[in-house]
Design a protein around this ligand. Structure first.
Ligand SMILES: Cc1cc2nc3c(=O)[nH]c(=O)nc-3n(C[C@H](O)[C@H](O)[C@H](O)COP(=O)(O)OP(=O)(O)OC[C@H]3O[C@@H](n4cnc5c(N)ncnc54)[C@H](O)[C@@H]3O)c2cc1C
Length: 398
């Protein structure tokens, strides 16, 4: 006998888990499936998770509404109120300070493992969610009311709608013939945690230059020691060479890549190199299926917006499903799901396009482009109104 739900969600990452909590809180029944065990490595700082996300104010508010943000140990959060960006190939420089515009912070840095753990606690405490961990979907088909899936454990589940939150290589997207527009960015991101020799001033630092695109993102200090998470986007060949360096030489390269602003003292967790790919599904929905988060779109991490876009998807999709449920409408009907697609697609495409433009502009060393971008940065640095808009955008407040 199949168990019946309103919604089946494949993928209990940040986006899937948040979707599950917010829909179940409104009275929908949810099956949440993930191949992962649901246990996260919360090693004690400074062994921070190498994967860190900058969470915008609007995403934070959504996570608060779910009750997840409150569960994060505050000592694992690093608010940042300032961003400093400079061009290593010229004198281009721009900074954004939220305080200048009477805002508190631009956002908060949090380890992915810490955020996922908080969300999983919420999932476990929310009525109406059945959790199927360590499992995947073996088969997927349709019923008169919606979708049917058979899990690897042979259990059968049915629902009106299947939400694919199964990440960049989404099985649901691939198996159901959703077309995508995609290409390699020609970049790998090296991520790790670095102890630096001075306070980071709750500032996110970003350098563009010969050494690639390098972000130094603040993490909580421990006693008098200071840590940043780095995202260093370089060509695959450079990534291979950087990964092969011993720790001391890698730290030395970091020092140069920041124009000697910071001394990198040591790495507190092993480096990881992640290939970066731009991907965008041409449609987010089919009858009875919706794609959310990285399953629908992935972008370059240079502006730290991927998860924030996924949370905005959730913020659009959940009220649409809840309203349809309250009216007794079929949740999986294309008419209902297309409302979600309409609400999100333009925003996501606009963000993907700006990331592509940024990446192209800031990863070239062509003298003309370098000169133009330096002029652009200087102009931006002097324009209070442009800065105000960019600060609002970074905080997710439009
Ligand atoms: C280097 C880097 C830095 C980034 N920094 C930021 C940042 O600062 N701010 C920001 O907003 N975004 C950032 N991002 C983007 C962000 O990490 C992603 O957008 C976000 O993690 C996507 O969440 P998701 O839940 O959609 O997918 P995922 O996190 O990939 O979760 C997918 C879940 O589905 C499960 N799953 C997958 N396939 C199956 C299957 N077949 N069966 C069962 N379960 C399955 C997985 O186990 C996983 O739990 C960054 C990305 C990179 C690469």
């Amino acid at each position: 006998m199949a168990r019946e739900y309103d919604v089946i969600i494949l993928g209990a990452g940040m986006v899937g888990a948040l979707t599950a909590v917010l829909t179940a809180q409104k009275g929908l029944t949810v099956a949440l499936i993930d191949k992962h065990s649901g246990q996260f490595d919360l090693s004690v700082p400074p062994a921070y998770d190498a994967r860190v996300s900058a969470i915008s104010l609007s995403s934070q508010q959504l996570l608060e509404a779910a009750g997840a943000w409150q569960r994060i140990d505050k000592s694992r959060l690093a608010p940042y109120h300032k961003m400093v960006v400079w061009d290593g190939l010229g004198d281009g420089y721009v900074d954004f300070d939220a305080h200048q515009f009477q805002r508190g912070d631009l956002g908060q840095l949090v380890e992915n493992a810490v955020l996922c753990d908080a969300l999983m606690q919420c999932v476990q405490d929310t009525r109406g969610i059945d959790l199927y961990l360590g499992q995947s979907v073996e088969e997927q088909g349709y019923t008169a009311q919606g979708v049917a899936v058979t899990l690897t454990s042979d259990r059968q589940l049915e629902a009106s709608v299947l939400i694919a939150a199964d990440g960049a290589n989404s099985q649901v997207r691939l198996n159901n013939g959703f077309d995508t527009v995609e290409w390699d960015y020609g970049h790998h991101a090296i991520v790790t945690t670095v102890e630096i020799d001075q306070p980071h001033q709750n500032t996110a630092w970003q350098a563009f230059g010969e050494e690639g695109i390098l972000a130094f993102l603040p993490l909580p200090s421990v006693a008098d020691r200071h840590f940043v998470s780095i995202v260093w986007s370089v060509t695959p060949e450079d990534a291979q060479a950087l990964m092969a360096l011993d720790e001391a030489k890698f730290c030395q390269r970091l020092h140069y890549a920041t124009n000697r602003r910071f001394n990198a003292l040591s790495l507190t967790v092993p480096r990881q190199a992640i290939p970066l790919r731009q991907r965008h599904a041409k449609h987010y929905v089919q009858e009875n299926i919706a794609l959310v988060g990285d399953a629908a779109h992935t972008i370059h991490p240079l502006a730290g917006q991927g998860a924030n876009l996924g949370f905005s998807d959730v913020s659009a999709l959940v009220p649409i499903l809840v309203k349809a449920h309250q009216r007794g409408e079929a949740l999986g009907s294309l008419k209902i799901l297309r409302r979600y697609q309409r609400a999100r697609m333009l925003d996501n495409i606009a963000m993907s396009a700006s990331m592509e433009a940024f990446k192209r502009t800031f990863s070239t060393q062509q003298p003309m482009v370098v000169q133009l971008r330096n002029i652009g940065m200087s102009l931006c640095h002097r324009s209070v109104s442009v800065k105000r808009q960019l600060v609002a955008h970074a905080a997710g407040i439009k």
